[in-house]
Design a protein around this ligand. Sequence first.
Ligand code: GTP
Ligand code: MG
Length: 263
Amino acid sequence: MKADPPRPAASGEPLTLLSVVIPARDEEGCLASTIGHLHSTLELHHIPHEIIVVDDGSTDATWSILQGLSPAMPELHPVQTGEPCGFGCAIRRGLEQMTGDAVVIMMADESDDCRDVPTYWNTLRQGYDCVFGSRFMAGGGTRDYPPLKYVLNRMANAFIRLLFRIKLNDTTNAFKAYRSKVIAGCMPLLSLHFNLTVELPLKAICRGYSWTVVPVTWRNRQTGVAKLKIKEMGSRYFFIVMYIWLEKYFSRGDYKVRPDLRK
Ligand SMILES: Nc1nc2c(ncn2[C@@H]2O[C@H](COP(=O)(O)OP(=O)(O)OP(=O)(O)O)[C@@H](O)[C@H]2O)c(=O)[nH]1
Ligand SMILES: [Mg+2]
């Protein structure tokens, strides 16, 4: 059977404010630089924005760095979760707080290139509901990707492509852009951990939102430590992928976006 192509853009509503949601745990070494570079890139491109950084459970200076930056940067909104609640949970807190009509989810560790954010914004403005970055297409790339992680990543993405018959080869990367109505249309979100990175794009695709793919670049973190524990996450990824697969093939379209809401 043929693969599902990206769904072309409908004529979307004009966008007025971009929210960038950044989960951060123990990122004192890079957070100020991530926020600073992002903010100046968005200013340079005249993109109205807010930056929501969600810290949960940091034991280093992450929170005090956010407190220090925010008086001079009204666009910055630091959020604390109180009890540590996990990567997916932190992003969901950020999505609840955002006021923009579009959102980019981005990491705090400077792995994602903030220069890709204007590309996301401009592509959303063409009318797409979602814009997915791929590091594995012409124009995209990675630097210092840990070899084991790379192999597991390519296997997981190949599995997802086969299962859903989609032409997207980097579903698992969190760095993606959505119109806010897509986030609302993906409710209820189930993932509390890193599996949210696949729940959002797969649900958006399966529920019928328009999407396209642009090349993005990624480099391994220069400071801090990785929080993704592959052993703990494998079954959670599998759970959410199969959950959405069941929805796609067995729910008879009950959760698909109504065509009048796609405009
Ligand atoms: N708020 C919050 N942020 C988290 C949590 N776990 C990870 N993060 C953040 O999510 C982002 C991605 O986590 P990473 O540790 O970089 O995971 P990774 O990209 O797989 O690992 P690296 O290869 O080291 O980059 C970073 O900005 C982290 O600070 C969490 O439980 N809560
Ligand atoms: Mg990282």
